[in-house]
Write a protein that binds this ligand. Structure first.
Ligand SMILES: [Zn+2]
Length: 234
């Protein structure tokens, strides 16, 4: 391996708290395009063991909502389980605009390689390449202008964008329905008030008309008296 072009990993990055998630890898200095930055190391496992571990992690993720799968395909026979403490590359975060990509070295090693020139201090990111199964469980926090909102391989972006749009439409419909229910509730209140107001008016009218009736009852009596007295006066 005398011609091995891969540099020592620590030359290129430092581990720091990330604005995207947890800890992340940051460029220690300017990194030229095509630099082999860091090897993705871990335990070599065959495909059956890889499936078993991935499924176990997914099950625990369903319960805890948090686990990540660190399995990388190495070749037709072997995968690498990178969920080990000595694999600092596992801390690299996902981004919709990554500056690093994973490449295999002779199907024996997996390395992260600079996609373009990276400035000192930039966070190193790659695309996790997730498919769309459980896509809603993996929101993306990369903060890039082109962010599609969820962690997914760019092959899946057209389908993902449709799913995101449908989800948004569903949520907006829910909001509209909630607003309508509120309006109806408000409408009911004002109707009740109006009914109460009408009742008050009606009660007043009755009282007024009762008074009138009382007056008009008294009045004929007076008239009667007057009538009576008139002839008496004659
Ligand atoms: Zn994103």
């Amino acid at each position: 391996m005398a011609n091995n072009p891969k540099p020592q990993p620590n030359e290129w990055y430092v581990v720091r708290n990330s604005q995207i998630h947890g800890r992340g890898l940051y460029a220690r200095k300017d990194i030229p395009k095509d630099t082999w930055i860091v090897e993705y190391v871990g335990e070599r496992v065959d495909k059956d063991e890889s499936d078993r571990r991935a499924n176990a992690l997914l099950d625990s993720a369903k319960e805890s909502g948090g686990a990540r799968v660190y399995m990388f395909i190495l070749n037709d026979e072997w995968d690498i389980d990178g969920n080990v403490s000595w694999n600092t590359a596992r801390l690299m975060n996902h981004s919709c605009e990554p500056n690093v990509e994973a490449q295999t070295w002779d199907e024996q090693e997996i390395w992260f390689v600079a996609l373009h020139d990276i400035k000192k201090g930039e966070e190193l990111t790659f695309n996790y390449g997730f498919d769309l199964e459980c896509w809603e469980d993996h929101p993306c926090l990369c903060g890039k202008a082109s962010c599609v909102g969820y962690i997914a391989g760019d092959d899946y972006w057209p389908a993902l964008k449709k799913k995101v749009a449908a989800k948004k439409a569903r949520e907006e419909k829910k909001l509209r329905e909630a607003a309508t229910v509120k309006k109806v509730a408000k409408g009911k209140k004002s109707v009740t008030k109006k009914v109460a107001a009408k009742k008050e008016v009606a009660a007043k009218t009755v009282a007024v008309s009762k008074k009138t009736v009382a007056k008009s009852v008294k009045a004929p009596a007076k008239k009667k008296q007057a009538k009576k007295s008139k002839p008496a006066a004659k």
